[in-house]
Design a protein around this ligand. Structure first.
Ligand SMILES: O=C(O)CC1=CCC(=O)O1
Length: 94
């Protein structure tokens, strides 16, 4: 099952820089692990924003929820999820 996920990062300005850097390093390692596993298929920066648009390929709503909940930046993000279906005009059917 494919999902488009938008994540807007909102780290409090009061957070010490070294704490933020440590959380971001863990976020990067976790996201790269999921990318290597083929579960996090695309990760794109939205131009001019501290946000991303991603495509996830997972077995269920519950798997995606667990994955997002385990993101180190989860407490500091606003997340929107859109489930995707095949478009009848697409030449690629997944
Ligand atoms: O910087 C972001 O958009 C948040 C994020 C998601 C995966 C990652 O490594 O950073």
């Amino acid at each position: 099952m494919l999902y488009m996920v938008e994540m807007v990062v909102k780290i409090p300005h009061t957070m010490p820089a070294e704490v933020a850097a440590e959380i971001k390093a863990r976020e990067k390692a976790y996201s790269q692990q999921l990318q290597k596993e083929g579960k996090w298929r695309h990760l794109w920066r939205v131009v001019g924003e501290y946000s991303n648009v991603s495509i996830f390929d997972v077995a269920s709503n519950d798997e995606l929820h667990t994955m997002l909940n385990n993101l180190p930046l989860f407490p500091y993000m606003e997340i929107k999820v859109k489930p995707l279906a095949n478009h009848p005009s697409s030449i690629v059917q997944e």
